[in-house]
Design a protein around this ligand. Structure first.
Ligand code: ADP
Ligand code: ZN
Length: 531
C-alpha cells in the first residue's frame, strides 16, 4: 500500500469522525474507501443497511472536486441532501422537481467548486447540457447508486443507466464506484460489463442478515393470518406489508385499520401528495404499518422496521431479499414473514405466460420464479438457501433463526397422491380433450358434484372421487408442490394445468415424490423460544 493511500486513509478516518461522528468503518467500508480515494474503480455489493453511502460520500469529501452521485431515487434526493447539509456537508441535487432558477443556483455552486456532493438523476446524464456542465467543473468521483438498474434482466431496469458507460470514456481519470444491494453473480457481471468497468475491484460483503427471522407459512386466510401475526408478535411495531395489486393494498390497509392496527396504503395509483404524506409518516412515527406494492421502499432508511410481511409471492429471490432487507437495519431482531399458496404459483405463471416480452425474457422470468418457489418449498434452512443463491457458503448446521430450522418440516411420500393428480389431468386431456385449472381437478379428486362437475360430466370419469383421503387444502398443497417441482405446469392465461416432460416419470412409477407436510400450527417466535 502506497503512502498516498495511507494518507488518504487517515484523512478518510478523520472525515468519518469529524463529519459523521462514527467511531470506525464497518465491514468493507474502509477497504472500499481507501481504494476509491486512491483513484481506483470499485463495484460494491453490500446488503441494504450495510453502509453503502459512506463508500462514496467520504471519497467525495477527501478527493479534490465534487462527487457526482447518480441515483434513480429522485423522491429521496431532497431528504438525502438535507441530511448531509445538517452534517455540514456541501451537497446539492439537480432533478426534474426543480425549476430553472433552483437548478441554476446548484449549477453555479458546482462550477465554483462549492459542492462536495452533487446528486443527479440518470436521465439528466444523457443530456448534452449536463455533460457540458460536468466537464466545466472538477469531479472527485462518480458514484452509481442502485447499479443493478443497469441489468436488463433485473426487476428495476432503467434504460438511462445504459448511458452511464460513457462516463469512463469521457472522464478516464475520475474513479467510478458502482453500488448495489441486489446481486447474484449474473447481475454482478452485467454491472461490470455494461458500465464498462473491467479493471474495477470488487467488494462483496456478506449477504447474511442474522437478525432477520425468515418464515414462510401456507396461505389460508391471508388477512387474518397477518392480523394474528401482528397481534401476537409485532403489536405497536413499525413494518411493511407487501401486496401485489393496488386493490389488495387498499383492502388490506383498511382491514388492518378496522382491526385496530394503524395502517396506511402506498401504491403508484395514489396521488403524489398522499404518497409523500404516508411515507413521511412512516419515517417519523414509531408504530405505523405501511401496506404497499413494491413501489414503496427503495432507498428508505428507517432503522427500526421490525417486520416485513408478504401477502403475495415476490417475482424473484432478489426481490424477496431486497424487500425483506428493509427490516431490522438497526440490527435488532426482526421478522420476514410471508404467506404463500397455490394461487400465488398459478397467478405468477399466468402473468409470465400472458405478459409481454420475448421468449428469452419469459424464460428468465420463469427461472426467477422457480428459484423463489424452491425457497418457499424447501425443507432445509431458508437462510442457507438464500445465501447459496447469492453465491455464499451457508452454515451446514442451519441458522437456527428461520422456520425450517426452528420447526423442521416433516415430509411424506406423496407419490400416489401425485399420480392421482397427474392421472386426472391426463384423463381430462386424453379422453375429453379438455384442460382445467386446479379448482376443478381438486373437485374431481374429492368427488364433489359441483355445477361445473355435472356440466362437464366429470362425475363419469374413472378418477372421480379417488382422492377422498386428503382434504381440499391438502390437495391444493400437493398441486402447489408439483408445480414448484416442475412435475406439473400452468398453461396459457387461464391457468389450466398440463403435464410436463417430467410428469411421465411419476406416472410410470419411475420415481418417488417426497412432499412437505404443511405445518399444523404456525411457527411463532414464542413457540420457538418456549419449547
Ligand atoms: P445502505 O445504503 O447500504 O442501505 P446506508 O449507507 O444508508 O446503507 O447506511 C445504513 C445506516 O448505517 C445509516 O443509518 C448509516 O448512518 C449507518 N452507518 C453506516 N456506516 C456506519 C459506520 N461506519 N458506523 C456507524 N454507522 C454507520
Ligand atoms: Zn435456518
Amino acid at each position: 500500500v502506497t503512502e498516498v493511500a495511507q494518507a488518504g486513509d487517515s484523512e478518510a478516518l478523520a472525515a468519518l469522525h469529524r463529519v459523521f461522528g462514527y467511531e470506525a468503518f464497518r465491514g468493507e467500508q474502509g477497504a472500499v474507501i481507501e481504494h476509491v480515494v486512491a483513484g481506483g474503480d470499485a463495484v460494491v455489493l453490500m446488503p441494504t443497511g450495510g453502509g453503502k453511502s459512506l463508500c462514496y460520500q467520504i471519497p467525495s469529501l477527501v478527493r479534490p472536486g465534487t462527487g457526482i452521485v447518480v441515483s434513480p431515487l429522485i423522491a429521496l434526493m431532497q431528504d438525502q441532501v438535507d441530511a448531509l447539509r445538517a452534517l455540514g456537508v456541501r451537497a446539492g441535487f439537480v432533478n426534474s422537481t426543480q425549476d430553472f432558477d433552483e437548478r441554476r443556483v446548484v449549477e453555479a455552486e458546482f462550477l465554483a467548486g462549492e459542492l462536495d456532493l452533487l446528486y443527479l438523476a440518470p436521465e439528466r446524464l444523457r443530456l448534452d447540457s449536463t455533460l457540458d456542465l460536468l466537464s466545466r467543473g472538477k469531479i472527485a468521483v462518480f458514484a452509481i447508486d442502485e447499479a443493478h438498474c443497469v441489468s436488463q434482466w433485473g426487476h428495476d431496469f432503467r434504460p438511462d443507466y445504459l448511458a452511464l458507460s460513457l462516463l469512463g470514456e469521457r472522464w478516464p481519470d475520475v474513479p467510478r464506484i458502482a453500488l448495489t444491494a441486489t446481486a447474484t453473480h449474473a447481475t454482478h457481471q452485467e454491472i461490470t460489463q455494461r458500465l464498462h468497468m473491467p479493471t474495477a475491484r470488487h467488494f462483496v460483503a456478506s449477504f447474511d442478515r442474522p437478525n432477520i427471522q425468515y418464515r414462510i407459512v401456507p396461505k389460508a386466510d391471508p388477512k387474518k393470518q397477518l392480523l394474528s401475526f401482528l397481534r401476537e408478535e409485532h403489536a405497536g411495531d413499525a413494518g411493511i406489508v407487501y401486496c401485489l395489486s393496488r386493490k389488495s393494498v387498499e383492502a388490506t390497509a383498511e382491514f388492518l385499520s378496522r382491526n385496530g392496527i394503524e395502517a396506511v396504503p402506498y401504491h403508484a395509483g395514489l396521488d403524489a401528495g398522499t404518497r409523500a404524506a404516508h411515507q413521511s409518516r412512516f419515517l417519523r412515527e414509531e408504530g405505523l404499518v405501511v401496506v404497499a406494492t413494491i413501489a414503496f421502499g427503495m432507498g428508505i432508511d428507517k432503522p427500526d422496521v421490525r417486520f416485513v410481511a408478504h401477502l403475495d409471492l415476490p417475482k424473484s429471490v432478489e426481490g424477496y431479499y431486497q424487500e425483506t432487507g428493509r427490516a431490522g437495519r438497526d440490527g435488532l431482531p426482526s421478522t420476514a414473514w410471508m404467506a404463500y399458496g397455490l394461487n400465488d404459483v398459478i397467478q405468477q405463471r399466468k402473468l409470465i405466460n400472458s405478459g409481454e416480452g420475448d421468449e428469452a425474457f419469459r424464460r428468465r422470468a420463469a427461472s426467477h420464479l422457480d428459484a423463489m418457489l424452491a425457497l418457499c418449498e424447501t425443507a432445509q434452512c431458508r437462510r442457507g438457501q438464500l445465501l447459496a443463491y447469492f453465491g455464499q457458503d451457508p452454515d451446514a448446521a442451519g441458522c437456527g433463526n428461520c422456520d425450517t430450522c426452528l420447526t423442521p418440516p416433516e415430509t411424506w411420500d406423496g407419490t400416489i397422491a401425485a399420480q392421482k393428480v397427474l392421472s386426472t389431468v391426463v384423463r381430462l386431456q386424453r379422453e375429453r380433450g379438455q384442460k382445467f385449472g386446479a379448482l376443478q381437478i381438486v373437485d374431481i379428486l374429492l368427488g364433489k358434484r359441483t355445477g361445473k362437475v355435472i356440466q362437464f360430466d366429470h362425475d363419469q370419469l374413472s378418477v372421480f372421487g379417488i382422492g377422498e383421503e386428503l382434504s381440499e387444502g391438502e390437495w391444493r398443497g400437493v398441486i402447489r408442490q408439483l408445480l414448484a417441482q416442475g412435475l406439473l405446469a400452468v398453461e396459457g392465461e387461464y391457468g389450466t394445468l398440463v403435464l410436463t416432460e417430467a410428469s411421465g416419470t411419476v406416472l410410470r412409477r419411475e420415481r418417488e415424490v417426497p412432499l412437505r407436510k404443511e405445518p399444523k400450527k404456525p411457527v411463532t417466535s414464542r413457540s420457538a423460544s418456549g419449547s
